[in-house]
Design a binder for this molecule. Structure first.
Ligand code: AVJ
Length: 320
């Protein structure tokens, strides 16, 4: 399917092929790390869906409710006939809420590193939205964005829900927002951002009682075993996800419970007892701090919607 999909970056292989490279590189670093974009293979995506349904994980249901509640207002801001560019084809549920509310959307252009995932998205939407042009593009949206313009040059609107922006360090997030802004050709960006709140609430969301987030984290090791023939002992690593209040972010690690050696593609990697592997950051913002960053990226922060408890925010940023 990959070969039939348009590529976001000419010549570059889809990022799903580079898990091995990232792992070999990241495990040779001190401190060790694995990039969080590799969580989402089929098993990982299923685990993430399970996270979204957890009682402790307020983000998905809060954002979905915000989108549904304010869909009319959002549609008016986006204007009729728009091309929606989604950065990372995430939940079809959110995309549908948006597409259903919009006045005569012209095209839906989901960008994702997984060609298989995009194929499924297109298949689900094609029959439902017969007049919508579907333009899936496989590639890493953190790279250059060369999205060809449609012949009738519709106005673009970016869609970046799920607080994925929180996975990037603030300086990188700023660069990414700048890039998105230029890729949108003057169109605005609808973006979901998780908010700073009581640390115990944040802690619970990443340390759920059922252990789903722990399985999600350890899926990186399981994936390495499945795809690359590594021999990680999943029982010999602990999920550890503290809230760093100074940096306003959740940090996720896999911590080696004993001194051990893991073999991967003919290389041996040593883990000391207690040694962490960093797997994810999830930055939290205040409404004000996020609007400030968006302004520094060249956007004009317009509307913002939040829930009664101020758990999550959805922002409409205009280009200026
Ligand atoms: C999808 C990146 C928003 O940071 O909350 C969930 C991923 N990691 N539980 C997040 C995640 C652990 C999630 N994002």
């Amino acid at each position: 399917m990959d070969t039939q999909l348009a590529r976001l970056h000419r010549g570059a292989p889809p990022q799903e092929d580079s898990f091995a490279d990232n792992l070999l590189e990241g495990l040779a670093k001190a401190p060790k790390e694995i990039a969080c974009k590799y969580f989402y293979d089929e098993a990982g995506s299923r685990l993430f869906d399970a996270i979204c349904d957890l009682p402790e994980y307020y983000q998905t249901r809060t954002e979905t409710a915000l989108l549904a509640r304010h869909a009319g207002e959002i549609a008016a801001l986006i204007e009729p006939g728009a091309e929606i560019v989604e950065f990372g084809a995430g939940s079809l549920r959110k995309a549908r809420i948006l597409l259903d509310a919009l006045d005569n959307p012209r095209a839906y252009t989901p960008l994702d590193i997984s060609g298989d995932y995009l194929a499924g998205v297109v298949q689900s939407l094609a029959a439902e939205y017969p007049t919508l042009t579907l333009r899936p593009m496989v590639g890493d949206f953190t790279g250059p964005l060369d999205i060809p313009t449609l012949p009738d040059n519709p106005r673009r609107a970016g869609f970046f829900p799920g607080s994925t922006i929180g996975n990037f360090r603030p300086d990188t997030a700023l660069c990414l927002l700048r890039r998105m802004r230029s890729g949108l050709n003057g169109g605005g960006l609808l973006i979901g951002v998780d908010l700073v709140k009581d640390p115990s609430r944040l802690h619970a969301a990443y340390n759920d009682a059922a252990g789903v987030t722990a399985s999600f984290n350890k899926n990186l090791l399981a994936r390495a075993n499945r795809e690359l023939g590594a021999d990680f002992d999943l029982g010999a690593f602990a999920h550890y996800a503290p809230y760093n209040a100074g940096a306003q972010r959740i940090e996720m690690y896999l911590v080696s419970l004993r001194r051990q050696r893991v073999s991967l593609r003919g290389q041996l990697f040593e883990f000391a007892q207690g040694e962490p592997v960093h797997t994810e950051d999830s930055h939290k913002y205040t409404i004000e701090s996020f609007r400030e960053m968006a302004a520094r990226a060249g956007f004009n922060p317009r509307a913002v919607w939040t829930d009664e408890e101020r758990l999550f925010s959805v922002h409409w940023l205009e280009s200026r």
